[in-house]
Design a protein around this ligand. Structure first.
Ligand code: NAP
Length: 544
């Protein structure tokens, strides 16, 4: 590695993150002949799957979709054991990819980025890390992930609790013995539900502190047979193509049938079939689920009916039924026996809507009606999503402008990849793309490939720097607003709209038009002669 000054290493590109976006970027840009340094706060690869080792952690996207398509060697040599892979298998996959493609040599693990500053005259990024090192790079790729900065709940007294506090998003790497313990779980989103349905079936007393009930659908996970795996491996090319053309970035059914175009008995039949089949099939049976409030309510009522059928105690079933927001306006969860868990004698629901949490005490949690004594408190309270990781350190763009200033009213960019005022800075699965609304792995591959094409174009045309034009960024953000205005996705208080973090700008700033449309928009940039991007020639002052 070249050293330009006594302190700084000089490379072509710095990549931040060792999740699926960062690992792919590291491979891609190395293969493109660039020198790369990749930085990761965790001790190894895997991103969110490195950190989230809580009981029951599992991806609720099909493993076949939630895996790389760029390497034929990887997809032929790796075999998924079941439809929806558990965290240990996904982490093993990330490690397999890192070994097979020899990625670790580029990484500095256990290292945090402290600041990244664009130097106008030298046309490069100066990146400082918490170990005091400085790296200078022409390009920076922030593969920091939409869900990587966990948040603690806004409840007074957490530091006072004398028992053990465990966080879903920072679960210990050593096994934790919870046998016979009184455990409180705060949070009933995707993470909390997986913890509850898993720990509820073990030897413990489990207290679930539920504020907003979430809707969940049965996962009905299945092991892959040898025949299925062989068929899969023969058809990977077609599957990857199908993912690219799908709104979810996965190979999922998509309907063109509006809810009310069918008679009630036919609608019911389709819902029953999808419920029995499991997975996200349910989301693909009607075309207007997220645009027609009445259709949405009827589907929600079907699911509420299933909760009533499953939970023995009718009063408890009522408390578990989500109301007051459209189904799937919070991220849909997939479960394995979640509602059944509440029929177990050791599982207790504390309804924090009717009986709000007042504080965490030395001994447990105090709601208005009284205190629940606990040995262990598990926080599954979510993330400062989409922007949290990018704003966790100082990023300064052209003419010394801080990113925090540009994003003061919420994140703005073109495609969630490139920004006006921040030359040669790229994001993968950034906040203004489909981010968390589609398959992260498909989006990551799209975004990295797009950046690679732009860099190739720059090399061929002798450009030193690139950023989005303000006009292109504004037009993209307008399109996001227009689409969000038509969608029911904005009608719940969730991390999707920034509602879970106090003081955060509110609004749906992700692209809700579907991965396929997002990809088309990205593709159009080159086809339109790159007019959405502003390039800089090399300046006379630029260091070689
Ligand atoms: P989340 O969906 O944001 O859920 C956080 C939970 O904490 C909510 O139930 C929230 O209740 C509760 N909470 C926060 N502060 C609270 C307080 N002061 N008092 C009581 N409850 C409080 O976070 P998550 O479950 O970690 O999931 C985040 C995202 O990660 C998911 O949406 C998904 O995209 C991804 N994920 C995916 C999987 C999977 O693939 N299966 C698994 C885990 C996570 P309120 O809603 O009332 O605020």
């Amino acid at each position: 590695m070249e050293r330009t000054t006594a302190q700084a290493d000089r490379v072509d590109m710095v990549i931040v993150g060792a999740g699926f976006g960062g690992m792919y970027a590291t491979w891609k840009f190395r293969e493109q002949g660039m020198s790369v340094v990749s930085i990761e706060e965790g001790g190894d690869v895997g991103g969110v799957w490195y950190w989230n080792r809580y009981p029951g952690a599992r991806c609720d996207l099909l493993a076949v979709d939630y895996s790389y398509g760029f390497s034929e060697a990887v997809q032929q040599e790796w075999t998924w054991s079941e439809q929806f892979a558990a965290q240990p298998e996904i982490l093993a996959y990330a490690n397999f990819v890192a070994d097979r493609l020899n990625l670790r040599q580029h990484y500095r693990f256990n290292t945090r980025v402290f600041s990244a500053k664009w130097h106008d005259a030298r046309q490069l990024w100066v990146v400082r890390t918490d170990d005091g090192k400085v790296i200078e790079a022409r390009f920076c790729v922030m593969a920091t992930g939409p869900l990587s900065k966990p948040t603690d709940p806004d409840i007074p007294g957490l530091a006072r609790f004398s028992g053990q506090v465990l966080r879903a998003a920072r679960w210990p790497h050593q096994p934790v013995d919870l046998t016979g313990k009184r455990i409180g779980v705060v949070g009933t989103g995707s993470s909390g539900m997986q913890i509850i349905q898993t720990l509820g079936r073990t030897d413990c007393e489990l207290y679930v502190f539920q504020r907003t009930p979430s809707f969940t659908l049965p996962m009905r996970n299945r092991a892959h047979s040898a025949e299925y795996t062989a068929e899969l491996k023969r058809n990977y090319a077609a599957i990857r193509e199908a993912c690219k053309l799908n709104p979810t970035g996965g190979a999922r059914p998509v309907s063109t049938r509006p809810f009310f175009s069918l008679p009630p008995e036919h609608r019911r039949e389709l819902m029953e079939e999808a419920w029995a089949h499991g997975g996200h099939t349910f989301l693909g049976i009607f075309s207007d689920l997220m645009t027609n409030a009445e259709a949405n309510e009827q589907v929600a009522e079907f699911v509420r009916g299933k909760i009533a059928e499953t939970v023995d105690d009718k009063e408890l079933a009522e408390k578990l039924k989500p109301r007051g927001y459209p189904i799937f306006a919070r991220r849909p969860c997939l479960d394995t026996g979640y509602y059944e868990t509440y029929n177990l004698p050791n599982v207790h629901l504390v309804d924090c809507l009717a009986d709000p949490i007042v504080e965490i005490t030395e001994r447990g949690i105090r709601n208005q009606s009284g205190e629940t004594e606990l040995d262990v408190l598990i926080l599954a309270t979510g993330y400062d999503a989409l922007t949290g990781a990018m704003l966790a350190f100082e990023i300064t763009g052209r003419e010394g402008r801080p990113l925090a200033e540009k994003w003061a009213g919420g994140p703005r960019s073109l495609f969630g990849i490139v920004m006006e005022g921040f030359p040669n800075l790229f994001m993968t699965t950034g906040p203004n793309g489909p981010a968390a609304l589609a398959n992260i792995v498909t989006i990551s591959e799209n975004d990295v490939d797009w950046v690679a094409r732009i860099i190739t174009h720059m090399q061929q045309s002798g450009q030193a720097a690139v950023e989005a034009t303000l006009a292109a960024e504004d037009a993209w953000m307008d399109q996001i607003q227009r689409l969000a205005g038509r969608s029911l996705m904005t009608k719940a208080k969730t991390w999707w709209v920034g509602a879970n973090v106090k003081g955060k700008p509110q609004g749906m700033l992700m692209f809700t038009g579907g991965f396929h449309k997002y990809r088309e928009a990205c593709e159009a940039v080159a086809a339109n002669g790159y007019r959405d991007l502003a390039f800089q020639q090399a300046l006379a002052t630029t260091a070689p």
